[in-house]
Design a protein around this ligand. Structure first.
Ligand SMILES: Cc1cc2nc3c(=O)[nH]c(=O)nc-3n(C[C@H](O)[C@H](O)[C@H](O)COP(=O)(O)OP(=O)(O)OC[C@H]3O[C@@H](n4cnc5c(N)ncnc54)[C@H](O)[C@@H]3O)c2cc1C
Length: 431
């Protein structure tokens, strides 16, 4: 056997797993398709989520390190940080729901992902990980007592063998597809994302992340304006699909939408993009000798902090599994408990996201106007903010019943919706 462990993908999950496994004495090969992982090519807002108990953890950002107290580990990071203290949901007519902590602590903190990954790679190399960049893993085959990974490097076919394999190649994992491990998952949709870096946006507050919600903005998904790490530059996050291309959304949002005035003198200084295949998560993220970690096994994303946690636990899982001590099953139990998308509550998340186009712009204006006066608790994550929003709307039920009874009926109809319905409606532009 060439290696104890092969890891496909040097993102935060794969790097963290590689360092941990090598520290545990395993012979580790880490494969990465790109040459230089410190250049962030894939769209990512690069923010730590500071929601309380997010993914069953409350990370602490200390000088030179990120501490994961509940999971019991830390990661070195000495790069820049930029706090965001408020999330805003803004309707077509400008009605605004605010999410912020009463004590003003950040709801999210920007970081430099390229720097974080470069630091983790240095740690891997110091720990003895064999690293092959510029190597695309194309397929894996599990033979029961060993695993083959096939790939391409410099235009030539390459093949490696190991006892165990970690699929850490992200949300569109080729490894899992080649092994047939996505067969039981529902594929909801494929999103196309572009993040535009923009200079010259007016009325832009670098402590605020603003979600624009309404068809008037030209998009079914929220269009998000948030600060970049570079002073004076804003990032505009646009999520579309083949039917509704992100470039068209960008044109509509910045030229004709309700917020267009702020972009009159804006100039695009950079862009990153990615495709995201939204599958249901893998409740049992392993089969045979293969464990899927990070986004590869997730419903859309675990976020960088979640990926680091996956990598940390995966390294231990592989070491235990090699000793016949059920490491993969223990990892699976941790995975199911730690990530909210593994719970039935995910339906409410879908409803939170599904404001557009499930509700008309006028309905969203009405609902946001009800909540405008009193800020909700601090939230950034894709679970807490929709939950707080719908809880707050529910507190106005009597008023809504009196003024807009049809809307209450619509709530209860939509409460029956599954995630698949939600995506189907978004693709059809249903209102
Ligand atoms: C628009 C957008 C905004 C986001 N914003 C945030 C945010 O603000 N904060 C946050 O924490 N997270 C954010 N995320 C999510 C975050 O980027 C991911 O959850 C996180 O990076 C997952 O880490 P991972 O290691 O599982 O996968 P990835 O980071 O995707 O890493 C996978 C690695 O595998 C490599 N790879 C892929 N295929 C192959 C192959 N076949 N062979 C070899 N190598 C391969 C890739 O090049 C990459 O290096 C965002 C995502 C999107 C799409």
């Amino acid at each position: 056997m060439q290696y104890d462990l092969i890891i496909n993908g040097a993102g935060p999950a794969g790097l963290m797993a590689a360092a941990g496994a090598a520290d545990a004495g395993l012979r580790v090969l880490l494969l990465e398709k790109f040459e230089d992982i410190s250049i962030v090519r894939r769209a990512c807002c690069q923010q730590f989520v500071m929601d309380e108990n997010y993914e069953h953890e409350n990370i602490e950002l200390e000088p030179g390190r990120i501490v994961f107290p509940s999971n019991g580990f830390e990661v070195a990071y000495a790069g820049p940080l930029h706090p965001i203290t408020e999330t805003r949901f803004v309707s077509a007519s400008g009605r605004t729901v605010r999410f912020r902590y009463a004590d003003g602590r950040p709801v999210a903190v920007k970081f430099d992902k390229g720097r974080l990954l470069a630091g983790l790679l240095e740690r891997c190399l110091r720990s003895g990980v064999e690293y092959r960049s510029g190597t695309l893993a194309t397929a894996a085959v599990d033979h029961g007592d060993h695993v083959y990974v096939h790939g391409v490097h410099d235009g030539r076919a390459v093949k490696f063998t190991a006892a165990k394999l970690l699929a850490a190649d992200g949300v569109n994992s080729r490894t899992l597809a080649s092994l047939g491990m996505n067969a039981q998952r529902t594929h909801f949709a494929t999103a196309l994302c572009i993040i535009y870096a923009l200079e010259g946006v007016t009325g832009f507050d670098p402590a605020v992340m603003q979600w624009h919600m309404g068809m008037a903005y030209g998009s079914y998904a929220p269009v998000i304006l948030d600060p970049s790490l570079h002073g004076g530059v804003a990032d505009l996050v646009v999520m579309g699909s083949e039917q509704q291309r992100p470039e068209q959304i960008f044109e509509a949002f910045t030229r004709t939408g309700p917020a267009a005035g702020r972009f009159a003198s804006a100039r695009v200084t950079g862009r990153t993009a990615c495709t995201v295949k939204a599958y249901t998560s893998l409740p049992v993220p392993w089969r045979g000798n293969v464990l899927a970690i990070g986004d590869a096994a997730a419903y859309v994303e675990v976020e960088v902090q979640g990926a680091l946690m996956c990598g940390y636990h995966a390294a231990r899982a592989v070491a235990d599994e090699l000793l016949g001590q059920g490491g993969f099953e223990r990892y699976a139990a941790w995975w199911r408990k730690s990530f909210e998308f593994n719970s039935p509550e995910a339906l409410r998340v879908a409803q939170g996201y599904a404001l557009v186009p499930t509700y008309t712009d006028e309905e969203i204006d009405y609902l946001f106007a009800l909540l405008e006066g009193s800020p909700l608790d601090g939230a950034y994550g894709q679970y807490k903010a929709p939950r707080l929003l719908w809880d707050a709307i529910a507190r106005h039920s009597a008023k809504i019943a009196a003024g807009r009874p049809g809307l209450l009926e619509k709530f209860s109809r939509n409460a029956q919706m599954t995630l698949a319905d939600t995506f189907a409606h978004a693709q059809k532009g249903y209102v």
